[in-house]
Design a protein. Structure first.
Length: 215
């Protein structure tokens, strides 16, 4: 892994330390989330309609969301910083491809992807460090391809840290994330806010963006 920023090293180590617990926690998590499944289904339909290109899940963890994308008919693979989580993903989903790596330096050719899913994988990135992630998303997604973000929404407040169970994370205003994406040639297709369930602390945000077609 080429990246050496302290927060990346700390995040990878934190998830390595709880990899099996995190896997057990996320297993079957989509079953009770029909609204979340709906935005994922829309993303998959748009990607399939655009043509036969692969899709990356950036920050795939134990691979359950990558497997869900496959079940939605996409040629999906996963990338994550945590060696322990990548090992689990490969073991639990042997028919899928999982790679160890950083979201800011993916081993993907320019414009190779029809879509990219970042499902709560940007939440640990300090705000000042976030713009390069969107630049990398623009590089790897083909013009006309789609980006779907899942994140904790700040409910009217500015971006702010909170005590995530694994390591420090951030809640974002949905408009601020949309602006960052627009700065890298993405246009908004749809947005969704979901209020927290009884055992959740925060509102969930989802942004569906399309990479602008260049002339």
């Amino acid at each position: 892994m080429a990246e050496t920023s302290p927060y990346l090293t700390e995040t990878a180590a934190a998830y390595d330390a709880v990899a099996q617990l995190y896997t057990d926690f996320t297993r079957g998590s989509l079953d009770r989330l029909p609204v979340d499944r709906a935005i994922l289904a829309v993303f998959a339909e748009l990607v399939r309609t655009a043509g036969p290109r692969p899709v990356a899940e950036a920050g795939c963890g134990p691979g359950h969301m990558t497997a869900h994308l496959r079940d939605l008919g996409l040629d999906a693979f996963g990338i994550d910083l945590s060696p322990a989580l990548i090992d689990i993903a490969r073991r639990e989903h042997p028919g899928l491809r999982f790679e160890l790596g950083s979201m800011t330096a993916m081993d993907v050719a320019d414009g190779e992807l029809g879509g990219l899913l970042s499902w709560y994988s940007l939440i640990h990135v300090p705000p000042s460090e976030l713009p390069p992630y969107f630049a990398e998303f623009r590089r790897v997604i083909a013009p006309g391809g789609h980006l779907l973000l899942g994140f904790f929404e700040s409910e009217g407040d500015p971006v702010q840290p909170f005590d995530h169970r694994v390591t420090t994370a951030y809640r974002w205003p949905i408009d601020d994330l949309a602006d960052l994406a627009r700065g890298e040639e993405f246009v908004e297709v749809a947005r969704m806010l979901r209020e927290p369930l009884e055992d959740e602390r925060f509102r969930r945000g989802h942004l569906l963006m399309r990479r602008v077609r260049t002339s």
